[in-house]
Design a protein around this ligand. Structure first.
Ligand SMILES: [Zn+2]
Length: 472
């Protein structure tokens, strides 16, 4: 089926629903499209993201939504440039000291980091703790890593105070130091002694710095890193414990080897876009004020044959923006204020799209009375609304509405923004962060599929938003 035919079919299906009720069928049709293999994980700056964005634009057009006029906006698009990296091939094998070779399973045993470089090799290994080369804490002292792959914990040490020169942990910084020391590849691993060590996840969050196109970068699961350390008498758990207790580096050469091959295509400034569309308010005066409903449309892409579907993160929130746009634009009595629907790009890279919009605000800041950002809203069985400590009025109002409806909202909240809300919070726009409790179980894992979603909770979250918007 052609792309346009598919769009029209899906649009027809969801637009034919007339009733003023949240339609889970309509929501899940959008989710299915966004999380399908064809869209390859919706990485900002790639074709997969553009297909998702085209679909949303077509939907806004069908609904007859209005376009904002601003220097940064063309049609429904607010375009900007983004760093992007498409990974077409990746494989890793472990060769133990006894010569036995094991091919690791992509997506389970290992993943590439989103901004991995390309390269191939069969190389020796060294473990270098936290990859630091500070004057008073040098993980590289006394270990020869020239031509080797280096294994690093994917964090700063637990005893590193942020104000004592450790800085914030950044993948890019660790890779830059490793390269400077002569390493040819970097293997990140979670600390095994944490309560919930992170599994290998798809991630494009690398921090600031130079892209090293010749440095393959992986995250490998703890048992396989232990396999890489076999024969050294220092399993990862022991290395973690030693460095934590002694507060000093404990680096060593490994006896296994690693074989790898990665092909990635890096674009320093690929095209991408936020999408903005609005429904005008019904009150002649209040319509100049706006309520923003937003979600990020992008996800972390694909690697070889592995696609990160991102059904909960954040096909769920993006689809909710479309469904709320349908409900509000077809409501008999529109809200008094105008409602601006926004889909952000490049959240996964580090809030690039929302930061760009906050810096190129197409409305007067004073005219934005509230912002509801939805991120991961379809997993788990209760609703969690963040930033309530910063905006108790908005939070209390939503709590009241929830009490009369599904009564699924927990009392837990926090302040200071969160995800795409943060850049807006920082410039003084009041907002709430809408999520579901335990929404991060499948975060950035291949298991974040539409099958794992709780459609009952999902429908109630979207209804809570709808009830809140319609009464505004
Ligand atoms: Zn995410």
């Amino acid at each position: 089926m052609k792309k346009t035919q598919l769009f029209l079919l899906l649009l027809g299906m969801s637009l034919s629903i007339k009733a003023q009720m949240v339609s889970i069928d309509s929501l899940m049709k959008h989710v299915d499209l966004f999380s399908s293999d064809n869209l390859k994980g919706r990485l900002a700056g790639t074709h997969g993201y553009e297909v998702a964005a085209d679909y949303c634009v077509a939907y806004f057009e069908q609904l007859g939504l209005k376009k904002l006029k601003h220097a940064s906006i063309d049609d429904y698009n607010q375009s900007f440039k983004v760093e992007s990296n498409e990974i077409s091939e990746c494989s890793v094998s472990v060769i133990n000291p006894d010569g036995k070779k094991y091919s690791l399973k992509l997506g389970k045993d290992f993943v590439c980091r989103g901004f991995t470089g390309s390269g191939s090799g069969l190389v020796d290994l060294a473990f270098c703790g936290y990859g630091q080369n500070k004057e008073d804490y040098n993980d590289y002292r006394g270990v020869d890593i020239a031509g080797k792959a280096v294994i690093l914990f994917k964090s700063n040490p637990p005893f590193s105070a942020p104000d004592s020169g450790w800085g914030e942990f950044s993948i890019r910084r660790q890779v830059a130091v490793a390269k400077e020391k002569g390493a040819v590849a970097v293997i990140f691993v979670s600390r095994p002694n944490l309560a919930n060590p992170q599994k290998p996840i798809g991630s494009t969050s690398h921090g600031e710095g130079v892209h090293h196109a010749d440095m393959p970068q992986f995250q490998i699961d703890i048992p396989w890193v232990d396999s890489l350390l076999s024969g050294t008498r220092y399993p990862l758990e022991r290395l973690d414990r030693l460095t934590e207790n002694l507060k000093m580096p404990f680096s060593l050469s490994a006896k296994s080897k690693i074989e790898y091959k990665v092909s990635a295509h890096y674009s320093p400034a690929a095209d991408t876009r936020n999408l903005l569309a609005y429904v005008e308010g019904s009150d002649p005066v209040l319509k100049d004020e706006f309520v923003i409903v937003s979600a990020h449309l992008d996800h972390v892409g694909s690697q070889g044959n592995l696609v990160f579907p991102g059904a909960n993160d954040n096909a769920s929130g993006s689809s909710a923006v479309l469904e709320l746009a349908r409900l509000i634009s077809t409501a008999e009595k529109k809200p008094a204020r105008s409602i601006l629907f926004v889909l952000f790009s490049a959240e996964e890279k580090g809030l690039d799209g929302s930061t760009f919009m906050a810096q190129n605000l197409p409305l007067k800041k004073e005219k934005i009375v509230a912002m509801y950002n939805m991120d991961c809203i379809a997993f788990g069985d209760s609703i969690q609304i963040g930033n309530g400590l910063s905006n108790p009025n908005l939070w209390n109002k939503m709590k009241e509405i929830d009490k009369k409806n599904a009564n699924l909202m927990t009392d837990r909240t926090w302040g200071g923004g969160g995800a795409d809300l943060t850049p807006f919070h920082q410039i003084g726009i009041p907002g709430l962060y809408v999520a579901t409790t335990y929404s991060y179980t499948h975060l950035h894992l291949p298991t974040d599929t539409r099958q794992s979603l709780n459609t009952k909770t999902y429908k109630e979250v979207v209804n809570l938003l709808y009830q809140t918007l319609i009464k505004d």
